[in-house]
Design a protein around this ligand. Structure first.
Ligand code: C2O
Length: 521
């Protein structure tokens, strides 16, 4: 194992897409940002120097951060932002993970332009539990905004409405030939016939889940969220999976897969265009069948063990709602309110200091309380009529978990303001998806069907539109851990909360003290 050093200079950088040039916040002047490449077991030191006028933090999405919670990155959760002119070095070790993750800014909507791949190779002398690829290619999906994403969310939060959407989806920063004024900005992958390629797919889009397929090719899934998977074959350009209400511009980003030497002379790929088929926008059942088929490798060399017993059960409703309009503003949300989003009707407010610092220094007074509800305020019925009262409360309420608590959490989508899939992301842990279904979760019947043998191990999982998902995780990582919908607009509206995991009794079960360069608020 070794230490790998990276320097991330946060700088403004001019980029042109869709015939529109603008200055974006970037890492080292790259869009998308640089790759982090490491092996399992390596230590990473990433020195972030902020040269722009925005505050910034960087999050290492999916990295477990075992006993390195200070390096996790969500602003006002584990750290205060790195201000203009300041430097902070993220210091963490990759433990028990290999595969594809990504890093992104974790403050406001800066991740629209500040993101890049994390590639974790197996330990030296270890090989993949699948056919060795001839080449590995990162494919990172994102969005292009002609407007400034910061202005988009700020305006939406002020008026209480939904924000504008982006102007294009991108593959490795390029919108591709299906958009106007974009054909030269197309990602091309040159391949050799008969070789196996491993695509490291990352969805860095702000507010969408995406379908992906390659025309006339079969894609085999071998890893997701950094555990390996048994070679599962799924026929799968990218297009959003959208279960919300309203119409949506179903624009499609395309890239080109091109053979270096055609297979034979009558097969000239340069002249032929094969169009991939993609599921319809709202293919809820297809998605549930697809994600429901996954199994973990269930191999002790690569897989953590599924908690067989549960110490603490939680039931969270997940969905949209609204909050009262502040005085002297005109809110354009439902019935003159502001759109909001909540877990158990709590729309989580970020403090102006960092939760982890407040917890460790025992200065939680006025910063947060530890009474996050374990279940919704009133019994939830998905099939019944949605409540007239869609109001949520604003608060900074957390849950405290003693070290090594085995947690079971059922996440239930609400139909309030429309059923919608929510990709819930948990920091600091991988969780096991032990069950999912449509309609109301039934606590007396559904647990009998839980998969406690080979469930998938993820850090993000979609709570199905009009359905529920049950997850389990072992709280073995002391710190304060954010959990939120990975749609940034929902996070901004409050669909987020945090877990405090206490230190264990042994020195190896405690969170070390904060690094000396940790930014102050
Ligand atoms: Cu990739 Cu808290 O997020």
């Amino acid at each position: 194992c070794m230490t790998r050093n990276y320097t991330f200079n946060i700088v403004q950088h001019n980029v042109t897409r869709l015939c529109h040039t603008k200055s974006i916040v970037s890492v080292n002047g790259h869009f998308p940002g640089p790759r982090i490449v490491a092996r399992e077991g390596d230590q990473l030191l990433v020195k972030v120097v902020n040269h722009v006028s925005n505050n910034i933090t960087i999050h290492w999405h999916g990295i477990r951060q075992l006993r390195s919670g200070w390096a996790d990155g969500p602003a006002y959760v584990t750290q205060c932002p790195i201000q203009t002119g300041q430097t902070f070095t993220y210091n963490f070790t990759i433990t028990g993970q290999r595969g594809t993750l990504f890093w992104h800014a974790h403050i406001s909507w800066l991740r629209a332009t500040v993101y890049g791949p994390i590639i974790i190779h197996p330990k030296r002398n270890e090989s993949y539990p699948f056919r060795k690829p001839y080449k590995e290619v990162p494919i990172i999906f994102g969005e292009w905004w002609n407007a400034d994403p910061e202005a988009v969310i700020n305006q939406a939060l002020q008026t209480g409405t939904g924000p504008n959407v982006s102007d294009a989806y991108t593959i490795n920063g390029f919108p591709g030939p299906l958009y106007n004024c974009s054909s030269k900005d197309t990602f091309r992958l040159k391949v050799k016939p008969g070789k196996t390629y491993m695509l490291r797919l990352i969805n860095a889009a702000m507010n969408d889940e995406l379908f992906f397929s390659i025309a006339n090719h079969t894609v085999i899934i071998v890893e997701a969220d950094a555990p390996y998977y048994p070679n599962a074959t799924f026929l799968m350009a990218a297009r959003p999976y959208f279960t919300g209400q309203g119409t949506f511009d179903n624009s499609t980003v395309a890239g080109i897969l091109e053979y270096e030497h055609p297979l034979n002379h009558t097969f000239n790929t340069k002249k032929m265009v094969f169009k991939p088929t993609l599921p319809p926008l709202n293919a809820t059942t297809l998605v549930a069948n697809f994600t429901g088929k996954f199994r973990s490798l269930n191999n002790p060399n690569f897989t953590a063990s599924v908690p067989q017993t549960v110490d603490k059960q939680f039931y969270f409703t997940v969905g949209l709602g609204s909050s009262p309009c502040p005085k002297n503003t005109t809110c354009q949300g439902p019935n003159g309110t502001k759109l909001a989003a909540a877990l158990n009707n709590v729309s989580f407010a970020l403090p102006t200091t960092a939760l982890l610092q407040a917890y460790v220094t025992k200065k939680s007074n006025g910063v947060y309380t530890t009474d996050f509800p374990t279940k919704p305020p009133s019994p939830f019925n998905y099939t019944g009529t949605p409540p007239n009262n869609t109001l949520v409360s604003n608060a900074t309420r957390l849950v405290v978990l003693p070290f090594n608590t085995s947690v079971e959490l059922v996440l239930q989508d609400t139909s309030i303001l429309g059923a919608e899939d929510h990709p819930l992301h948990l920091h600091g842990f991988n969780f096991f998806v032990v069950g999912q279904g449509f309609g109301n979760y039934n606590p007396t019947q559904d647990p009998a069907n839980f998969n406690l043998v080979d469930p998938v191990e993820r850090n993000t999982f979609g709570v199905p539109a009009g359905g529920w998902v049950a997850i389990r995780f072992l709280a073995d990582n002391p710190g304060v851990w954010f959990m939120h919908c990975h749609f940034d607009v929902h996070t901004s509206w409050g669909l987020r909360m945090a877990w405090i995991v206490m230190d264990g009794p042994l020195p190896s079960q405690k969170l070390p003290p904060p690094p000396s360069d940790l930014p102050k608020c």
